[in-house]
Design a protein around this ligand. Structure first.
Ligand SMILES: [Fe+2]
Length: 393
């Protein structure tokens, strides 16, 4: 066989058996862990390209909070904060076969905090957020800013910032967390550190469990809470400087803005939507993820759209349904559903009286940074229209 591969026998000669030669070559490439990227015939060509693009894609899915809540409550009883610093249930996409990921780039989890428990400080390379669902005493200290938060408040814990989670009050508190960890894993960049949090005390570095308060509890709102005004007398360098320095976005302000936009036309594909941005740049708070508050007014129905960013929706208010990839998903408060990149989606607020509000997490900034982003919609008569793209046509 070796002589054949070296070309001693020519195609067309009587001794040449093409099938045998190919079979021998195939055996060799398999043994050497090689993929044969060629094709015989036009149909095979498409197949080979399809093979190259093949990976485990997430599927549209919904996690019903009414099913999860009993498990979360039970975990609150069974898991002691002294034994585990974490008490979360992560939503795993059924098509991602054992990967801990809600979509290929992000995971979302519900976390329950029992009264008066504060976990030790830690930090990690993945970016994370908390979004308050129930209780008014969820707590996250971030780089010395002690943030107590309630329903609808968004708290950032950017990569590499020291933070500790917990509950400052008497009642139970549940929040949603979203991390870009599946993406960070793929990039081989994940690390967690929790063993050596230190702070300066009288000129000495002292190892500690929790952080001292170095900022006012409302530092973020006081400094960045007035849209269009940016203080010049305050340092905006917090953490690594690679993320928004505004660490909490209060629900009151978000809700007021949605309300102010109610009478305007809105987007046919999104209804009323606002993005949480870095107030110093006007851009997404993280390089990898961005977040939206989205409101469907009573009876509002969006037109279908499709983008290659993956989206995780958590229902904050209202009831309705979404059609994702041709399948209908009914939702109610605190349910979470995902729209993996490439799926068509449209939303319907079924109520004629109440708003529906989503908290949406998206990996759009990662796609935009890499110049891959695109989004299409359908017009009123079903025609496909390009809404946004990094591509050149
Ligand atoms: Fe964390």
């Amino acid at each position: 066989m070796a002589t054949t591969l070296q070309g001693d026998l020519k195609r067309g000669s009587n001794d040449y058996n093409w099938e045998e030669e190919m079979a021998a070559l195939h055996e060799r490439t398999q043994a050497l862990d090689l993929y044969e990227f060629w094709s015989v015939g036009k149909a095979g060509e498409h197949e080979a390209v399809r093979d190259l693009a093949r990976f485990d894609k997430a599927v549209p899915h919904i996690w019903k909070y009414r099913d999860i809540w009993p498990c979360l409550k039970k975990a609150g009883e069974l898991i002691d904060m002294n034994e585990s610093e974490r008490r979360s249930l992560i939503m795993c996409n059924p098509a991602l076969k054992g990967l801990i990921a809600t979509v290929t780039t992000m995971f979302a989890a519900y976390r329950i905090n029992n009264p008066h428990e504060i976990a030790p400080a830690h930090r990690h390379s993945p970016n994370a957020i908390r979004f308050g669902l129930t209780g008014h005493t969820n707590f996250t200290g971030v780089e010395g800013e002690p943030i107590t938060f309630g329903p609808g408040d968004l708290v950032l814990t950017p990569h590499d910032t020291w933070h500790n989670h917990g509950n400052e009050g008497e009642g139970g508190a549940v929040n949603l967390s979203v991390l870009d960890m599946p993406l960070v894993n793929v990039l081989n960049a994940t690390y967690f550190e929790s063993d050596y949090f230190e702070e300066d005390e009288q000129g000495r570095r002292i190892r500690k469990e929790t952080q001292e308060d170095r900022f006012h509890p409302e530092h973020s709102r006081r400094t960045y809470g007035q849209g269009g005004l940016l203080p010049r007398s305050v340092s905006h360098h917090r953490g690594t400087g690679n993320a928004s320095p505004m660490y909490v976005y209060r629900w009151e302000a978000t809700r007021e803005l949605l309300e102010n936009l109610r009478e305007l036309e809105g987007s046919p594909w999104d209804g009323v939507i606002v993005e949480y941005v870095d107030p110093t740049t006007g851009r997404a708070p993280y390089a990898t993820m961005t977040f939206f508050a989205q409101m469907l007014r009573p009876g509002e129905k969006t037109l279908p759209s499709r983008q290659n960013a993956s989206l995780i929706y958590t229902v904050f208010e209202g009831r309705g349904h979404s059609v994702i990839g041709g399948r209908r998903f009914d939702w109610e408060p605190f349910d979470t559903f995902c729209v993996p990149g490439g799926e068509w989606v449209e939303h319907v607020n079924r109520s004629g009286r109440d708003d529906a509000i989503f908290f949406v997490s998206s990996d759009e900034p990662a796609l935009k940074t890499l110049h891959f982003y695109s989004r299409h919609g359908r017009g009123e008569s079903g025609e496909e229209v390009l809404l946004e793209t990094s591509r050149r046509f």
